[in-house]
Design a protein around this ligand. Structure first.
Ligand code: AGP
Length: 609
């Protein structure tokens, strides 16, 4: 996440940058900062916390002569929220300033080699290497230094740079992270999202993936990586400001569903290096301790609990370790049997859910090692844990969790691979093969979402039904539980989710002619069993809506409707099979006219018991 903005032109820019950042605050608010060229020097103002803190810092410090500058609002990934870690970052001379959104995967090696060459770092961030690389490559041509820096770094990112020797130039590049140019009269903006400059100009120029750009008061140029200027037209946007904040999507939830490929890519970035193995910098629980654990105990609530349930299958399968799972509000009032060789994993998007925190604290008191999987750097969960795996889903605004769930499942996969590595339950080659497949999934998801339209049609057929049953087996069980939770929380339709094999012990009595039954029937070792359960449903004349693997043409014979998803190996399949269920819930809720971003009676973070 993170939001970045730049301005070059004839107007005083400090306030323009500040107002632009206000519009980008939804992308993160751990810290914020601006750098402006004033009196021939680059002046940097940064503050921890949201934009109100930056506003206080800027009071009486507006650098009214500045006509060139950068701004940044941060969602912390590398380095805790602090003034030193806030952007913009500078080089050793203070002549160069940069802002970055994204992750530099090879920053550790780059930092070591730059330090060996005498560069002095002042932050813990990955982004600061970009300022020092530009310094290293700078020979009077800022764009060329940006281009050479791009060649040095790997990962996914968008960055902008200014130099005190170039008062009318911003140069930068992007790879996979968003960056757009706003072209005005005698001025230009660059930003992570259009709302940042929409009140100033509606003329937009797109910077494509793996492209460079330069903006000056005279206009904008976009270039390929050899600096050939590309023929890029400007387009006029007609969005209102509210739509713009949602990136053109009608709701935050839909936007977040479509951000899932990035959420997954960010969460695994740098943790599965091509050289092999699994790297978890914040694990902090020693490999010797992890090698000896005899039980993993997962505690969480709601959607996070469903991610934990995926963990049960994956951890047993890959790390050959016993797994128990409980809802945090139950766990905290039981007498769980824990020991120093139990690893308790608390999963919480917010890191602030009262029941999950209480369960984690109790586990620690009982002598277990505690690991937090959370999306929020510095949250309470991180302080109540011995080790952390951060999900990197970015800020999630929709109350119904979507992109944070995908990131949680990915974090679980990382944990399982890490334990398999230290416990020797998978070979290096097996870990490498799973890692390679995991890295392909963001692209599979992107393609799936681009061509997805089936769920809307299916939603239209069923949205007036009074009840939905969801069935799944194996890793399909947590997926169906999550699908049912999504549907009930945003459409208010009663749902029941069950292990498919358990249906005949009770829930089958609910079925009637035409009752919609959503079945997760992706390929896997229990597929044939799921088909038998589908037959049982059909015998009661219920309507089967199946989630199935692309290429499985046979499923049509057993189903009224099918939502096909790309093929993956079984343990990775929840990363994809949950997405059609999120979309189904979404479309049904929209058709019913519900407020999907703020469903009734719910809160994004549940800090009470
Ligand atoms: C999911 O859509 C919900 N909003 C809810 O179940 C949520 O997952 C739960 O409250 C746990 O929150 P946490 O991940 O922040 O701990």
């Amino acid at each position: 996440m993170c939001g970045i903005i730049g301005y070059v032109g004839a107007r005083p820019c400090t306030n323009l940058l500040y107002e632009g950042l206000r519009k980008l605050e939804y992308r993160g608010y751990d810290s914020a900062g601006v750098s402006v060229l004033s009196g021939g020097r680059i002046e940097v103002v940064r503050a921890v916390g949201n934009m109100d803190s930056l506003e206080r810092e800027l009071k009486g410090n507006g650098y009214s002569g500045a006509r060139l500058g950068l701004g940044h609002t941060r969602w912390a990934t590398h380095g805790r929220p602090s003034t030193e870690n806030a952007h913009p970052h500078s080089d050793c001379t203070g002549e160069i300033s940069i802002v970055l959104n994204g992750i530099i995967e090879n920053y550790v090696q780059l930092r070591e080699s730059l330090s060996a060459d005498g560069h002095e770092f002042t932050s813990e961030t990955d982004a600061e290497v970009v300022a020092h690389l530009i310094e290293k490559h700078y020979d009077g041509d800022l764009l060329e230094a940006v281009r050479l820096t791009y060649g040095d770094i790997s990962g996914h990112f968008a960055f902008c740079a200014i130099h005190s020797g170039h008062p009318e130039l911003i140069a930068g590049a992007r790879k996979e992270c968003p960056l757009l140019i706003g072209v005005g009269e005698g001025e230009a903006f660059v930003a992570s999202a259009i709302p940042a400059f929409l009140s100033e100009t509606r003329e937009v120029m797109v910077i494509g993936d793996e492209e460079l750009f330069r903006i000056t008061p005279e206009g904008a140029e976009v270039m390929d990586l050899q600096k050939n200027v590309l023929d890029r037209e400007q387009t006029r946007v007609h969005w209102d400001v509210d739509a713009a904040e949602k990136g053109g999507f009608e709701t935050f939830m839909r936007k977040e569903i479509y951000e899932q490929p990035d959420s997954l890519a960010d969460t695994i970035a740098g943790r599965l290096p091509d050289s092999g193995g699994v790297v978890l910098d914040e694990m902090l629980i020693g490999d010797d301790v992890l090698a000896d654990i005899d039980k993993v105990y997962i505690v969480a609530c709601g959607t996070s609990y469903h991610a934990g349930m995926v963990g049960r299958y994956v951890l047993e399968n890959w790390a050959n370790v016993a797994v128990e799972l409980d809802i945090a509000s139950e766990f905290r009032y039981r007498e769980p049997v824990l020991s120093p060789s139990t690893l308790v994993v608390g999963i919480s998007q917010s890191g602030e859910t009262a029941d999950t925190l209480a369960a984690m604290r109790q586990a620690r008191k009982l002598g277990a090692k505690v690991l937090a999987i959370t999306n929020i750097m510095g949250s309470q969960a991180t302080r109540d844990a011995d080790g952390i795996i951060y999900t990197r889903a970015g800020l999630e605004i929709g109350v119904a969790a979507t992109k944070s769930h995908i990131a949680q499942i990915a974090a679980i996969h990382l944990l399982a691979l890490y334990l398999a590595q230290v416990r020797g339950t998978l070979t290096a080659a097996q870990i490498g093969a799973i890692a390679a497949e995991l890295k392909e999934i963001p692209e599979l998801l992107r393609r799936y979402l681009k061509h997805e339209s089936a769920t809307h049609e299916i939603a239209k057929r069923y949205y007036q039904q009074p009840f939905f049953l969801f069935l799944g087996r194996g890793v399909g069980l947590p997926v169906c539980l999550e699908g049912a939770l999504k549907l009930k929380e945003i459409s208010y339709i009663p749902t029941e989710a069950y292990a498919a094999g358990e249906m005949k012990h009770g829930p089958i009595a609910l079925l009637d002619k035409g009752s919609p039954v959503v079945v997760v029937a992706t390929d896997g070792h229990v597929y044939d069993k799921v088909v038998s359960n589908i037959e049982e449903v059909r015998a009661r004349q219920a309507a089967v809506i199946a989630v199935a693997t692309e290429g499985n043409e046979g499923i049509a014979a057993y189903s009224d409707d099918v939502m096909f998803v790309p093929r993956t190996s079984e343990m990775l399949s929840p990363l994809i099979s949950v997405v059609p269920l999120q979309l189904l819930a979404y479309h049904i809720a929209q058709l019913k006219g519900c407020n999907v971003d703020q469903p009734r009676n719910l809160a994004k973070t549940v800090t009470v018991e």
